[in-house]
Design a protein around this ligand. Structure first.
Ligand code: KIV
Ligand code: ZN
Length: 521
């Protein structure tokens, strides 16, 4: 990859590895395959598909993503240990373009944990990078916590990694501590100082603890980095990572001062953002740059007036550029399947015939109930339809009686493993009564960790998107659903999360091992 033109910035997406490490963001096997396919389709250069030594599940997901990949480089993570690297290679070797990414914590705090001296760590880097390079000709090396590592030692370790065969050197700001000027300065000095630096690609990997991840990544690019590591919606450990949509749109919009290209088709951004929000259970905040519900909304009279005269008065990019039409949808209850397919295509959503059939059924139900169907409604339908593929539990019917003067009552019919069963339960409000009825027909010890309702569009007939997060014996599962009836959306989201827990329970060996970054000895 080193012979690529220098004004091309490679986009390295780590939603499936660093993003999936966010507590509660665990994705199922099929969800990981789907997200990898969307990433590749969108034009991401490198997909970090997982951490193969961490669990059987991670290993299988990375292997299958590698097998299915076409153009994208498929990368797996490995600590600085020979068994990690071997396992990583076993998983990524099926890809047309495999990469091994190995790392070790080089800062004083991180060196202290495995209790390695500087010299011992240098030997370890030489040994492990050489081993990785003997297996794979595309090797990325990361000094974890680089931004808190002594500069001279950082240079020494990077030089060793380059001599041992690393082709990409990633500089992680693991704790989100750096600031833009420092980020740029560090990359510039490393490239100037280290022999052989011009033979490799320098990458930036920024966490968002101080809200500066995107700014730090862009500053690093201006100073010579040519790979940005990022995640969809900025998912990731603690406050998350650099958000893919932010860096890509910043480069596209401010090409005048940052003349760098990425290969990303930005019109696919909104769809993948919604899918990642659904499968991870991490809803996107309304005011999030690019992908938040309000990113293209204008409320004040002055702004609306300006927008009507010329959209550029208050918008620096077009909604269409990120996959939103920006106008209200002309689809209604008389629209046919072809119109729906055309609209989905417009929104950057590619679906197969079976999925289209399911989405169409839901679309018709919605169009019957709702005056106006907006793009956001359509995207929520896609998300809800695709989320509902696990079906050990299925709601057959739900009736709720609620109001003033007494507890709410939920009368529920469900299929559990193909058997019809029913329950009639009372509760403190309609959602409580419904969840109790679900627990009655399907007793379980899952604890409700999060219940969140968002309105997708405006008006009292807006669709509600409900997210539910459950925890059972350390396993976390999330469910999401959308409906104009908040109680129905809540019931479906709850059942969706229970289905995921069921899938996890019924699969053996998919639990993540207690894996520690510190465990390098
Ligand atoms: O933040 C970090 O340092 C990482 C490394 C594993 C690259 O994610
Ligand atoms: Zn990270």
């Amino acid at each position: 990859m080193t012979d690529q033109p220098k004004d091309r910035v490679f986009i390295f997406d780590t939603t499936l590895r660093d993003g999936e490490q966010s507590p509660g963001a665990t994705m199922t096997h099929s969800e990981k395959l789907e997200i990898a396919e969307l990433l590749e389709d969108m034009g991401v250069d490198i997909i970090e598909a997982g951490f193969p030594i961490a669990s059987e599940g991670d290993f299988k997901a990375v292997s299958e993503i590698a097998q299915r990949s076409k153009e994208a480089v498929i990368c797996g993570l490995a600590r600085a240990q020979i068994p990690d690297i071997d396992r990583c290679w076993e998983a990524v070797k099926h890809a047309a373009r495999p990469r091994i990414h190995t790392f070790i914590g080089t800062s004083p705090l991180h060196r202290a944990i495995p209790n390695l001296t500087m010299d011992e760590m240098a030997d370890r880097i030489h040994e492990t990078v050489t081993h990785a390079r003997n297996l794979c000709d595309n090797v990325q090396w990361s000094p974890m916590d680089a931004t808190r590592t002594e500069f001279d030692y950082l240079c020494r370790t990077i030089e060793i990694a380059i001599k041992a065969g690393a082709t990409t050197i990633n500089i992680p700001d693991t704790v989100g501590y750096t600031a833009p000027r420092e980020s740029a300065e560090l990359i510039r000095r490393l490239i100037e100082t280290i022999p052989g630096a011009d033979e490799v690609i320098f990458a930036t990997h920024c966490h968002n603890d101080l809200g500066m991840a995107t700014a730090n990544s862009l500053a690093a690019v201006e100073a010579g980095a040519r790979q940005i590591e990022c995640t969809i919606n900025g998912l990731g450990e603690r406050a998350g990572n650099t958000a893919l949509e932010e860096v890509v749109m910043a480069l596209k919009t401010r090409g005048d001062i940052m003349p760098f290209d990425t290969g990303v088709d930005t019109r696919k951004i909104m769809h993948i953002s919604r899918r990642v929000a659904t499968v991870s259970g991490f809803a996107v905040q309304f005011n999030k740059a690019i992908v938040g519900k309000n990113a293209f909304a204008h409320e004040s009279g002055i702004h609306q007036d300006g927008m009507l005269k010329n959209a550029e008065t208050f918008e620096i990019m077009r909604p269409e550029d990120v996959g939103l039409s920006g106008t209200s949808l002309p689809l209604g209850k008389h629209s046919g399947r072809a119109a729906l397919r055309a609209k989905l295509k417009d929104l950057g959503v590619d679906v197969g015939d079976n999925q289209l059939k399911d989405i169409f059924v839901r679309f018709k139900e919605l169009a019957d109930r709702k005056k106006e169907v907006f793009d956001e409604d359509i995207l929520a339908l896609v998300t809800a339809t695709m989320a509902g593929d696990a079906d050990h539990l299925e709601i057959v019917s739900l009736k709720v009686v609620c109001g003033t003067g007494g507890p709410a009552e939920a009368i529920l019919e469900m299929e559990v493993g193909g058997q019809e069963t029913s329950a009639d339960e009372y509760g403190d409000g309609p959602v409580d009564a419904t969840f109790k009825a679900i627990r009655k027909v399907y007793p379980n010890k899952a604890r409700l960790q999060l219940y969140q309702v968002n309105a997708v569009t405006e008006g009292t007939d807006a669709q509600a998107t409900v997210s539910v997060r459950l925890e059972e014996d350390g396993n976390i599962a999330t469910g999401q659903s959308a409906d104009t009836d908040t109680v129905v959306a809540s019931a479906r989201a709850y059942v969706n999360a229970l289905n995921r827990l069921h899938v996890r329970r019924s699969k053996t060996g998919t639990d993540r091992k207690e894996i520690s970054y510190k465990d390098v000895s």
